[in-house]
Design a protein around this ligand. Structure first.
Ligand SMILES: N[C@@H](CCC(=O)N[C@@H](CS)C(=O)NCC(=O)O)C(=O)O
Length: 225
């Protein structure tokens, strides 16, 4: 299993790609990364991707035909099972199920964040900011005083949530809504994820500039100040 050749088909801005890139790095799994233009999808990509979306993980094992996985969580779960060293899911089934539920919750939070960041109308921005804040408040109630979701150990919930926090780390004071204020455990968690090398290295060096360009190109409220 571990001598598979892995290729992660990506887009530089995709948060779902980041999840997989973080898990690969946490497990020290070698892989190649191929970036594609989602505005001009190559034919080979369209043929490979049932939903026309990144990430894809191409898995090549010896002489066997390549297998292409899609859907970020299916890929992350595959990596956790196929590369069981450096586990990032809890061993206990009950704890694991709980983590999976929080991953769903975090995925919904990503959608709120994306809606907020891309809002072009003030009412939408206000609604999305409130939705996002509500979910962060809920996280605040289950986090401990230790840095990560599960305490001292980095887990899949962390890998899925880190891309959400990264947006706000880039924008800093340019965010007019008070989304994070007073949530001390969330703040500590956000800081710990920003410092984690697997998280830092999961995006290209110019990610911040690309993200700001995206906001400008879509004439979002945040880009216009
Ligand atoms: N549920 C999918 C979502 C992936 C997704 O939405 N990818 C976006 C980029 S972040 C995409 O490829 N969009 C291209 C399109 O919809 O045409 C996953 O978790 O992998």
């Amino acid at each position: 299993m571990t001598n598979s050749r892995l290729t992660l088909i990506s887009h530089p801005l995709c948060p779902f790609v980041q999840r997989v890139a973080i898990v690969l790095r946490e497990k020290h799994i070698p892989f190649e990364q191929v970036q594609i233009d989602l505005n001009d999808k190559p034919d080979w990509f369209v043929a490979m991707s049932p939903a026309g979306k990144v990430p894809l993980l191409k898995v090549e094992r010896d002489a066997a035909p390549a297998v292409v996985l899609f859907e970020s969580m299916a890929i992350c779960e595959y990596l956790e099972e196929a590369y069981p060293y450096h586990p990032i899911h809890p061993a206990d089934p009950l704890a694991r199920a709980r983590h999976r539920a929080w991953i769903e919750f975090s995925s919904a939070m990503l959608m709120d964040a994306w809606g907020y960041l891309n809002a072009v109308e003030k009412t939408v921005a206000a609604t999305k900011a409130a939705d996002l804040r509500k979910k962060l408040e809920r996280f605040e109630t289950v986090l401990s005083d230790e840095p990560y979701f599960a305490g001292a150990a980095f887990s899949m919930v962390d890998a899925v949530t880190a891309p959400v926090f990264r947006y706000f780390d880039i924008l800093g004071d340019d965010v007019p809504h008070d989304i994070f204020g007073g949530l001390s455990r969330v703040a500590w968690w956000r800081h710990a994820l920003a410092e984690r090398s697997s998280v830092r290295d999961a995006v290209m060096a110019d990610y911040g500039a690309r993200f700001r360009t995206h906001l400008r190109d879509h004439a979002t409220l945040l880009a216009s100040g």
